[in-house]
Structures are given as C-alpha cells and as structure tokens.
Design a protein around this ligand. Structure first.
Ligand code: MTE
Ligand code: MO
Length: 258
C-alpha cells in the first residue's frame, strides 16, 4: 500500500472513530424532541473534535530573513561525547547514514547526499523552549512525509520515533539517550523537515549536526537533534521509560503544542 493511501486511511479512521458514537446513536434519538437537542449538541461535539484534528495541520508562522536571531541559543546536548557520534564527527559526517526502519516496507539507509535528492523545504520559524526563551532561524532539509513515503509505512505504523546520537543523562540502563516521537499528523505536516542546514550553513554541532527535526507546531524539546535513526512504530511504550521521549520520561507532555 502506498504511504499516502495509508495515511489517508489513518486520518479517516481517526475522524470516523470521533464521529462513530454520534452516528451510532442517531436512529434511536432523532424521533423524540429531547433526542433532537441531544443530536444537536452531539453534532457540536463532532465539529469540535474535527476542528481539533484539522487545526493540527495549520501552519506555524514563518518570518523574514531580517527576523533571524543573530545568536540562536543552543540547548541540552551541545557537544555530544558518545563514541559513535565522535567517530562520525571526526570524518565531518562523511560516513553518516540515516537509518529508516521499523514498520516500513523498504528499510532505508541514507547518506547526506541521498537526503539532498529528496523534496526539500526551507522555512524561517521561531523555536520556543519551555525554559522561556525563543530564537528564530532558517532551516533547510527534506520533508519528512515524502521520505516516509519512500520507505513505505505499513498500515500498523502510528508514530515516528527519532533515535538520537547523544546521551543527555548518564544512566545505568541507557534511558539517558535522547529520543523523541511524533504522530503521523505531525510527520506529514507540510513544515515538518529534517534540517541539515541552519541559516544557509551546514547544521552546526551545537544545533544537532548533521540532522535535526523541525516540527514547528511543537515546543523545543520535540526538535530532536543528532538524529541517527527513524523508527516507525505502533506504540512507544517499550522505548526509554515508556513516555515517548527523553523529557516526556521526566514529566513533560508528549504533545507539546504551541
Ligand atoms: N538530541 C537532542 N535533541 C534535543 C535536545 C537534546 O539535548 N538532545 N534538547 C532539546 C531542547 S530542550 C531544545 S530547546 C532544543 C534546542 O535546540 P538548539 O540547541 O538548536 O537550540 O533541542 C531539543 N532537542
Ligand atoms: Mo527546550
């Protein structure tokens, strides 16, 4: 099945289940006056649920080159010391491969040159960290949606997990390695890209070289840096401490909408 078809099916399923309760009850309640009122409010509820889903696809604001922050703040890991990452960095990321696997028809292993052949987008957006600071930058890189289409998501795939190359907290069980996850609505959002450039320069190490996520409708901690592997999964509870991301495992919300 093509990914686009799969994604459409998934969205339809999400909308259908939001409406199913209402539709199922229709026959029984429309005959009585009280039933009509119930139906009306149920329709209102359906509209609100649909608006919630539809709003997820709205665009984040984009800015002009004049708005770009001269001193975009790096945060979290800014110079990973993990052995595998240091080896890649020593060769200026010439040996880097982005692995795409999990619930996909065709697992991929893409070099930076391969990534440059995919449909690309540039955008000037504002990054908002929960710590209370914001910075604006221009990001360039392949759109995540077409990249996932190339791998072909299996119908059971519901989330994309970003496995990162940095350990932000030393732990005995490995749960200090940074990771993140997003759903397919955000994965296919028209501004969701894997950025290899920042302000028209190769992405600096402090900001996630060689590849970092931009998922513009969410807060800073969702913007995974040092991405090594994308994994399509049905559920993320078996990863890390089970909450879908490094900061989620430490109490932050999984959906960090802005
Ligand atoms: N791999 C990785 N990704 C990460 C982090 C991190 O420590 N490691 N920190 C997150 C947080 S909290 C923020 S605010 C942004 C910081 O991105 P920047 O360094 O480009 O400002 O990256 C996010 N992604
Ligand atoms: Mo952050």
């Amino acid at each position: 099945m093509s990914l686009t078809a799969n994604r459409r099916g998934w969205l339809q399923a999400a909308l259908a289940s939001a409406g199913a309760l209402v539709l199922g009850a229709c026959d029984k309640i429309t005959s009585s006056p009280r039933g009509a009122a119930v139906l009306q409010s149920a329709e209102g509820l359906t509209r609100r649920v649909q608006r919630l889903v539809v709003n997820r696809t709205a665009l984040a604001r984009e800015f002009t080159p004049a708005d770009i922050s001269p001193d975009f703040r790096p945060n979290g890991s800014i110079d990973p010391q993990d052995a595998d990452y240091l080896a890649l960095k020593a060769k200026a990321f010439a040996d880097y491969r982005l692995v795409v696997d999990g619930l996909v028809e065709r697992p991929l292993s893409l070099s930076l040159a391969d990534l440059r052949t995919l449909p690309t987008r540039s955008q000037i957006t504002r990054h908002d960290c929960v710590e209370g600071w914001s910075s604006i930058a221009k990001w360039t890189g392949p759109l995540l949606g077409p990249l996932l289409d190339r791998a072909g998501l299996k119908p059971t795939a519901r989330y994309i997990v970003f496995h990162c190359g940095d350990t932000l907290e030393e732990t005995l069980d490995g749960t200090g390695v940074y990771y993140e996850s997003i759903d397919l609505i955000d994965a296919y959002h028209p501004q969701t890209i894997l950025a290899y450039a920042m302000n028209d320069q190769p992405l600096p190490v402090a900001h996630g070289a060689p590849l970092r996520l931009r998922v513009e409708r969410q807060l800073g901690y969702k913007q995974a840096k040092y991405i090594m592997r994308l994994e399509a999964v049905e559920d993320y509870r078996h990863l890390g401490r089970g909450n879908g991301g490094f900061w989620e495992d430490r109490g932050y919300e999984w959906y960090a909408g802005i």
